[in-house]
Design a protein around this ligand. Sequence first.
Ligand code: ADP
Ligand code: MG
Length: 254
Amino acid sequence: MMALLSIRGLGVRYISDGREVEALAGVDLDADAGERLAVIGESGSGKSTLARAIAGLLPPEAKLVGNVAWPGVGRTAQNGRDIGFVFQDPASSLDPVMTVGEQVAEVAYANLEMGWPAARRLAVELLDRVRLPEPAALAKAYPHQLSGGQKQRVAIAAAIAAGPRLLIADEATSALDTIVQAEIVALIRRLVTEDGMALMFVSHDIALAANLADRIAVFRHGRMVETGPTAGLIAAPKSDYTSALLAAHLGLEA
Ligand code: ADP
Ligand code: MG
């Protein structure tokens, strides 16, 4: 099968105020079309840097080496159009002065060949698809009128509005209460299944990731420690670090 995404020798350094941080080094990673990949590791291990490098969302102080190729797209994938990105905090990823319907419509309007009225209709359909109640009325609401879980549903609707090939969720459920977190995980699972999207689920929580992913990639200090199919990696981790992460999250003795 042809890979959707192929990463070779990826490294990222942040250079600011004369200080240099090596956030990622020597990463080789492929993702197939429709594959569900989890990227896990502790805070500061380089997960968000990887996700942002893939989506072309690194800040100007980041210096990238290596190659991110998109054999399954045939050109460089664009965030919004080919990649949907869901951030941890919907309160900061959504625009407080635009209605939620306009924000979802804007992604469709910018990336698909459609006029504004059609984009507005599509936005209402998408708000319905992410199971928001009374989507036509809710489209006219502003983010502050919604709960945290509802805001994250809006952010997900916007991320999938242009029909991307890859959905990246970067700690997208980490700030939510446990029950809402489970609902959002279920929503992501349903949407990637319905649309055949590949998923990159970025999380510090290996148990949550295992629940959703076909394959897990474990990161530590900017390097990929190991990757493998979920069941095998959990049952027989190759690295002591993965064993320790599992023990910590499952409450076991390492
Ligand atoms: P994670 O998402 O796994 O918590 P990050 O990719 O955010 O990790 O960060 C990896 C490393 O890069 C950390 O040491 C972090 O402090 C550093 N870093 C991230 N963003 C920047 C930035 N804009 N400038 C300088 N250092 C950064
Ligand atoms: Mg992060």
